[in-house]
Design a protein around this ligand. Structure first.
Ligand SMILES: Cc1cc2nc3c(=O)[nH]c(=O)nc-3n(C[C@H](O)[C@H](O)[C@H](O)COP(=O)(O)OP(=O)(O)OC[C@H]3O[C@@H](n4cnc5c(N)ncnc54)[C@H](O)[C@@H]3O)c2cc1C
Length: 543
């Protein structure tokens, strides 16, 4: 669960600034955190079970450090403990581990050389982009190397005629759009962290965003990647052409959370800027009404660019933080954005207006210019951080449900909240059914953190029981690995392990993440004794 306890609230993360290391915005955000003492939920370096440690390998580590010093500039190899600690967590700051070594390669060759050395000496490595991840995916290893891509930030090519951009993995999401704007294009997947998160991190998490309802997630926009395998080989997956024969290995790699290797360049699809964008803010008495309007709009065959929902508590927080001036007394608001050809937008707008009215919208506001549009979005985009104004601590949960289940699940969350006395603010991608309940608590009150964790876990159970998933876009990382068996059978998990082992037989790429227990790779201890049925049948090989 995404426990943002006290000193490490999400608000910190939205403030890009000159980073202590490699101009990494998340590093600067966490720089102030590193002197803090242990906080509940910390994974201490010596806690070998939580992070899947394989045991100390000082000779291997020393050999990798020597190799890193041979191939990288001295400033790009960090071994000083104080500086290492600036990388001890990602956006999920209640898990912290100081890495043994941090490298900041500037080229694919440098990065591959370090990974090759890791493979040779069986030293684990973890890739890190901007460190904004909310599931602990970039949590380092005390016995391993953190490979940071923040010095690989070149936009190699904007290929207007191909509608493609080829960028290095450390490039910030929003910078792709900035580079393509003058050509009349933009990069569609827009996580709320788009001012600071990297394209490599987006690929690894299959990140979503407000406009993914119409345009699809990262997986629909990544068409190729240069990729360093855990053996240190550089391979090309996909490319400029629309299809390639053979297995869709690019599809396997997108969303693999750094467990299959490291992307060193990413080819993304660019989308034409629409002729018109219209942004609408609708105030409702309740989340039931707003959820009903969402289903009605999409059920009518309209796919807006975005439909985002905030409930009363989330609105209260946003008002306190950014004075977004949302409708007074609203139990919920919808931010709806339509884009496309003007004639189409006009038609859809009338339909959306009608559905909102039929579901009890008491106020409808349309942005008349860019400033009003920005103000409407500011309330929504600031919501995670804004919650820090109304609660000292909070958990950012991430789950997904079929959108038609929205009213029922939101009601159940409200019941959980009132029966437990734990406040829950809801702000989410309503069109996708991707919930982000923010579970509020005060860590200085004894038992409050545990109560919040319980509610947060119960919300995930609700998602699963309504046909949804334990994560919509923030990934599994270390945080939700224990939840995987709630969604998948042993056989499902073993099949995923076969894929992982095919890429990484030595289990050195981000081990301890995504899977509750490493299995099947022969040398890694696993809890399952019996061979996978595919292996027994001679149809697959366990390494
Ligand atoms: C305020 C806030 C709002 C957010 N809003 C959204 C949102 O709307 N939608 C959403 O999807 N997410 C959101 N996030 C989560 C986060 O920003 C995304 O998951 C993002 O894609 C992470 O990118 P990063 O560069 O920070 O990756 P990191 O946190 O550095 O790494 C994330 C994972 O990717 C792996 N990785 C990083 N680079 C590479 C690479 N080059 N090759 C292979 N693996 C790699 C890491 O090992 C790790 O497992 C939000 C986070 C914050 C703090």
């Amino acid at each position: 669960m995404s426990l943002s306890a006290g000193r490490a609230r999400e608000g910190n993360h939205m403030e890009p600034g000159p980073g202590a290391e490699g101009n990494d915005p998340m590093t600067s955000a966490h720089g102030t955190e590193t002197t803090a003492g242990p906080i509940p939920g910390n994974v201490a370096p010596e806690d070998t079970t939580a992070t899947g440690e394989r045991g100390a390998n000082p000779e291997g580590m020393a050999a990798v450090t020597r190799r890193a010093r041979e191939v990288l500039a001295p400033t790009n190899v960090i071994t000083d403990r104080t500086r290492l600690r600036t990388y001890e967590c990602d956006g999920l700051a209640n898990y912290r581990v100081t890495p043994a070594l941090v490298v900041l390669p500037e080229t694919t060759e440098q990065l591959a050389a370090v990974v090759r050395a890791c493979a040779e000496h069986l030293v684990p490595f973890v890739a890190r982009g901007s460190g904004t991840g909310l599931s602990g995916g970039a949590l380092p290893r005390a016995d391993g190397v953190l490979v940071v891509t923040s010095r690989m930030r070149a936009i190699r090519e904007i290929r207007r005629a191909d509608q493609r951009a080829i960028v290095e993995p450390g490039v910030i999401n929003l910078d792709v759009t900035k580079a393509a704007t003058s050509s009349g294009y933009y990069y569609a997947p827009d996580p709320s962290s788009q001012q600071i998160c990297s394209i490599g991190g987006n690929l690894a998490e299959n990140s979503g965003g407000a406009h993914c309802l119409k345009y699809g997630f990262t997986t629909n926009h990544v068409v190729g990647a240069e990729f360093v395998t855990p053996a240190g080989d550089v391979v090309q997956l996909g490319g400029l052409a629309t299809d390639a024969p053979g297995y869709d290995l690019l599809g396997v790699v997108v969303g693999s959370e750094g467990t299959l290797g490291v992307a060193t360049s990413v080819t993304v699809r660019l989308v034409r800027q629409p002729e018109e964008v219209r942004t609408l803010l609708a105030g409702f008495a309740s989340t039931d009404d707003a959820g009903g309007a969402t289903s009605a709009i999409i059920g009518a065959g309209i796919v807006p660019a975005a439909i985002e929902m905030m409930d009363a508590l989330a609105i209260e927080a946003a008002e306190a933080a950014v004075h977004c001036n949302y409708p007074d007394g609203a139990g919920a608001v919808l931010v709806i954005e339509l884009d496309g050809a003007s004639i189409e937008v006009e038609h859809e707008f009338r339909e959306v207006e009608r559905h909102c009215n039929e579901h009890g919208a008491f106020e409808l506001r349309v942005a008349t210019d860019a400033t009003e549009r920005a103000l409407i979005w500011r309330g929504r985009k600031s919501a995670f951080a804004a919650v820090g104004r109304i609660s000292p601590d909070y958990i950012v949960q991430d789950g997904v449900i079929p959108r038609t289940a929205l009213p029922e699940v939101l009601r159940a969350i409200a019941e959980l909240s009132s029966s437990s006395g734990v406040r829950v603010a809801n702000v989410f991608h309503a069109g996708d059914g991707n919930l982000h309940p923010l579970v509020l608590f005060d860590d200085s009150v004894e038992g409050a953190g545990d109560a919040a964790e319980k509610v947060s876990g119960a919300i995930l159970d609700l998602c699963i029981s309504h046909g949804g998933s334990i994560t919509g876009e923030h990934g599994v990382g270390i945080d939700k690995a224990a939840y995987m068996p709630k969604m998948f059978t042993d056989e499902d998990l073993d099949t995923m392990q076969l894929v992982r082992c095919a890429f990484d037989p030595n289990a050195i790429a981000n081990p301890g993440k995504v899977f509750p227990t490493p299995r099947l790779c022969g040398e890694v201890p696993g809890r399952k004794k019996r061979a996978h049925p595919l292996v027994e049948a001679g149809l697959a090989e366990a390494f």
